[in-house]
Design a protein around this ligand. Structure first.
Ligand SMILES: [Zn+2]
Length: 288
């Protein structure tokens, strides 16, 4: 998910901007969208925001400008969606909502989550106040300042080139859809570098050592607030031992026998495709 080129992320609305525009309205983390399957789905403009949704306008968050259109985020008190609309899980919208709308929606939901989870100071329990034009929240009593949480996580595709061809080490968690395998991923721990995290997680999750780490790309992932930082690594040594309770299965896959892979818009898939494409530019997985 990448923010569109004509989107300007801002924290506070310019003086001249009213509350018309694009509204990302959430109820329990689900986004309000048009229901019609055949048309691209877009969040609703504010003139059709229904009173039945019980939107707290005072708690709405300005998200930025899309061209000359202001973008807002708000929570609905009720799931009573207007006719032709419905609340849907953001993950389930992957195939249907345009990629740039998903990216803006990811920013919107994280800003609302920041407000919801930082209403009180964690040090002294005083109610916090909006600070720095909305970029942070500050405690008026003790001065502690809070910023939206972003949790860095590493992702790594481990590969090896044997006489028979390239093999990828892919793993699955019990939470994945049936048959799907992906690259390894894990959260960075305090004071750890991304590279240290990759070496540690590879050993913990599948019991192998890796070498020659190469940065691939990164992607904000609003489920709920990760920043995925992706690398390619070469296998160095060790036999695969899946981590109990974490990894349901992990194995080497040859390119002519790949399992179900993650969605094409995910960074995991782009990462996996990059190492397939290096040796098999016409591989069917690249087009799917
Ligand atoms: Zn405080």
């Amino acid at each position: 998910m990448l923010l569109p080129a004509d989107f300007e992320p801002l924290w506070a609305a310019p003086e001249s901007v009213g509350d018309d525009g694009l509204w990302f309205v959430f109820h329990r983390g689900n986004l309000l969208v048009y229901n019609e399957q055949a048309t691209p789905m877009l969040p609703m403009p504010s003139d059709v925001l229904s009173g039945a949704l019980e939107i707290d306008r005072a708690a709405a968050r300005f998200v930025g400008m899309l061209g000359n259109m202001p973008v807002w985020a708000a929570r609905a008190g009720s799931a009573a969606a207007p006719r032709g609309h419905g609340f849907e899980n953001m993950r389930a919208l992957f195939n249907r909502l345009p990629d740039d709308m998903l990216a803006i929606g990811g920013r919107a939901v994280q800003m609302l989550e920041f407000d919801r989870t930082h209403r009180f100071c964690g040090a002294c329990a005083t109610p916090t106040e909006i600070h720095e034009g909305g970029r942070s929240r500050k405690c008026p009593a003790c001065g502690e300042t809070y910023y939206p949480k972003v949790s860095p996580a590493m992702m790594v595709i481990i590969k090896r080139d044997l006489p028979g061809g390239r093999e990828l080490l892919l793993a699955r968690s019990g939470r994945f859809q049936r048959g799907m395998y992906s690259a390894l991923a894990g959260f960075v721990e305090p004071s750890e570098s991304i590279e240290e995290c990759i070496h540690r997680e590879a050993l913990e999750e599948v019991g192998v050592k890796v070498r020659d780490l190469r940065y691939f790309s990164s992607q904000g992932w609003p489920f709920p607030n990760s920043l995925m930082i992706a690398y390619v690594a070469d296998y160095a040594s060790g036999e695969i031992v899946p981590q109990e309770g974490e990894i349901e299965d992990a194995r080497w896959f040859t390119l002519d026998n790949l399992p179900v892979l993650p969605h094409r818009l995910s960074i995991a898939r782009r990462l996996i495709n990059s190492v397939i494409g290096e040796v098999a530019p016409d591989h069917p997985a690249l087009g799917a």
